[in-house]
Design a protein around this ligand. Structure first.
Ligand SMILES: [Fe+2]
Ligand SMILES: [Fe+2]
Length: 288
């Protein structure tokens, strides 16, 4: 495994997390003792971009067939209403022709991350909520990027992965205390998910825009590079909360500095808010 930067931990204010748990978590995170999940080879190769650049249908199809679990999910999603078309798709090559390489890559990565990271035994409800939030943020990040005429696929991944540290932190906390209450499982996520997500993203050698988005989506002004991507991820996170669990936060979203940084006008935000149902449908389509 390649070396990764030490995660920087901001001081966590005294709150609901008991001192013993907080100390144990910070010791393990500080020591890099994280038991990180692997990204399946097929996803790594597609993220690398070289395979995608060649856009060789037969090569991509062959690559996908090395992972039957992913292939099955990709075919199911390509046949779902969100990507609807006439006739049933039965092969990856047909799926590629119907939905295109960019969307195929998105689906493969969504399936890989869901299966590989968003799984914590005994806590399925919380983790599926975390996944849904991530999927909606991915959909919104792509939509924001489209309205800004910037890179939609990269933005989708920044949104989809912005909270990828959360299930890892949950697993870590449960490794320290298997009997954590539901309330405590949620409480440990906020302070640690960004630095832990960063370590995961660097271990997976994800592109810089994604690493920065994971690290700084709650404070985009702290990002030294990839400012637009981080602002898009920040806003996508707020949109996901608005449509899923914080319906009263519209004013706060509209007043957020990320809107100014991205040059989004009130009418742009109106249009994005109006796409709520489409974004939820995209997220459902990405859920296995
Ligand atoms: Fe977050
Ligand atoms: Fe989030």
């Amino acid at each position: 495994m390649e070396s990764v930067a030490e995660p920087s931990l901001a001081p966590v204010p005294a709150g609901p997390i008991p001192a013993g748990l907080r100390d144990a978590l910070e010791r393990r995170i500080g020591a890099g003792n994280l038991e990180l999940p692997m990204l399946p080879n097929v996803a790594t190769q597609l993220l690398d971009g070289k395979v995608a650049e060649r856009a060789d249908l037969a090569e991509i199809s062959e690559l996908l067939h090395t992972d039957q679990a992913i292939t099955g999910h990709v075919l199911r999603i390509a046949n779902s209403a969100a990507y609807g078309g006439s006739g049933r798709i039965q092969s990856i090559q047909q799926a590629l022709l119907r939905i295109g390489l960019t969307q195929l890559r998105e689906i493969v990565l969504a399936v890989a991350v869901q299966n590989g990271v968003f799984r914590v035994q005994g806590h399925e409800t919380l983790v599926s909520q975390l996944w849904k939030h991530s999927a909606v943020a991915g959909a919104y990040a792509r939509e924001i990027a489209r309205s800004l005429r910037t890179n939609a696929e990269s933005s989708f991944l920044c949104g989809l992965l912005h909270d990828v540290g959360k299930p890892v932190v949950l697993g870590l906390a449960l490794g320290i205390d298997a009997d954590l209450s539901d309330e405590m499982c949620t409480a440990v996520l906020d302070p640690y998910h960004a630095p832990v997500g960063r370590v995961l993203a660097e271990t997976w050698s994800l592109p810089g825009a994604i690493v920065e988005s994971i690290t700084h989506h709650h404070e985009p002004t702290a990002a030294a590079t990839h400012g637009p991507s981080v602002n898009i991820a920040c806003l996508a996170n707020l949109f996901a909360h608005l449509v899923l669990d914080r319906p009263d936060d519209e004013d706060a979203l509209r007043a957020h500095p990320a809107c100014v940084a991205l040059n989004l006008y009130p009418e742009d935000l109106d249009a994005l808010i109006a796409k709520r149902d489409d974004m939820l449908a995209v997220a459902d389509g990405l859920t296995v």
